[in-house]
Design a binder for this molecule. Structure first.
Ligand code: ATP
Ligand code: MG
Length: 359
């Protein structure tokens, strides 16, 4: 395999361009140190694309992505009070759903972790934080009740949940693979006491599990899982679940670390995967150079791990982020101490420097 890799960079709107610039710098540093040839191809999406093309996801952007090996995505959308402006109306939906559909992004991966050097940031009790929280939620993304038939007739509404064995097998396999590379524990979250779909998830899970004898797995109902996530999150390593339960669970998990600015995600397709922070375009702080670039930088680490199988390189980025946080450097979302805050660029600089030091 050649060591040349094409990365599509779609910075989007709001803080997207500011934080993407830092993530690209980090990836460039990795490219130089490890002698990979990463090539970055920028394209417009969201409101930024609408201004030029009257389209939130122009064909030229789709075509560019098709020629690349992975996508680094920033964020899309405008201020809440400007949603009637066609530039912003449905920008997020048109762009994200369009990308999911075009590239069959069937599996969403969200790590949720509490950093031990940021214990006060989490809304959880110190005793719970001390037990350690470091999990990955794997969510099925393009099937289930969100994509079944919807109708309302004569005062009766219907939403249909459909899962085929194949639609279940894809995320479940990813989850077992992920668990194998971590603490080898997998929790399948469902509602098998009520839903046939959940019973099918259990059947498929048991079949897939046969190929992963080294991974321990169990089943948990969604209602209990949400409760356990708050009461005793250290019990979880990898969680896998369907579209709707994953939506609920991953949003609940997103508040555990205490800042959206720390949290990356991956959306995995057949041919290409997309990596983005879980937060939005943060219009309230956009253009000020103060957004935390860590979520975007860690999305770059996931890109190396999942798209290019560069585990060493991904782990180096994560280690550098840890070291920089350990050193006490803070963007505004990570501390209340206003006298000791740095901007996006200084945080990016520190992480680049740390990568060079640790290499
Ligand atoms: P959207 O509709 O695009 O999701 P939003 O108004 O919900 O927009 P988010 O982007 O989801 O905003 O962010 C929610 C809050 O978290 C905002 O106050 C935002 O400033 C903050 N936030 C999100 N990402 C970051 C970041 N990288 N650094 C600092 N603060 C952030
Ligand atoms: Mg939001």
């Amino acid at each position: 395999m050649s060591n040349s890799y094409k990365i599509a960079v779609l910075p989007g709107d709001g803080i997207g361009p500011e934080v993407c610039a830092e993530a690209v710098r980090v990836l460039q540093t990795i490219s130089e140190l490890f002698k990979h040839d990463f090539q970055f191809h920028h394209a417009l999406c969201g409101g930024a694309a609408y201004t030029e093309h009257k389209n939130h996801l122009p064909q030229s952007t789709i075509d560019l992505v098709k020629q690349c090996d992975a996508v680094l995505f920033g964020s899309v959308g405008g201020p809440t009070d400007a949603q009637e402006d066609p530039k912003w109306k449905d920008a997020e939906k048109n762009c994200i759903l369009g990308l999911r559909k075009n590239f069959n992004l069937a599996v969403n991966i969200r790590p949720a972790k509490i950093y031990s050097m940021l214990p006060d940031l989490s809304p959880l009790k110190p005793t719970i934080v001390q037990a350690g929280v470091d999990m990955v939620i794997v969510r099925e993304l393009i099937s289930g009740i969100y994509f079944g038939e919807h109708s309302t007739k004569d005062g009766v509404a219907r939403d249909v949940m459909i899962y085929s064995e194949e639609e279940i097998r894809v995320p479940v396999k990813f989850a077992f693979e992920t668990a194998r590379n971590r603490s080898k524990r997998l929790t399948v979250v469902d509602k098998a006491n009520v839903l046939d779909c959940s019973r099918l998830w259990r059947k498929v899970t048991k079949e897939v599990a046969a190929s992963y004898p080294d991974v321990a797995f169990d089943f948990m109902y969604i209602d209990n899982a949400v409760m356990q996530l708050i009461k005793n999150p250290s019990q979880f390593d990898v969680i896998v679940t369907g579209n709707m339960f994953g939506d609920i669970l991953s949003d609940a998990a997103s508040v555990l670390p205490g800042s959206l600015g720390l949290m990356p995600s991956a959306s995995l397709g057949e041919k290409i995967h997309l990596f983005e922070p879980i937060g939005g375009s943060a219009p309230d702080i956009a253009g000020k150079g103060i957004a935390n670039p860590i979520a975007q930088i860690l999305s770059g680490a996931l890109l190396l791990r999942y798209s290019f199988k560069m585990e060493k390189e991904a782990a180096l980025i994560e280690k550098a982020v840890n070291a920089v946080l350990e050193s006490g450097l803070r963007t505004g979302d990570l501390t209340r101490d206003r006298s000791n805050v740095v901007g996006s660029k200084a945080m990016g600089d520190a992480i680049v420097h740390q990568i060079q030091t640790l290499y």
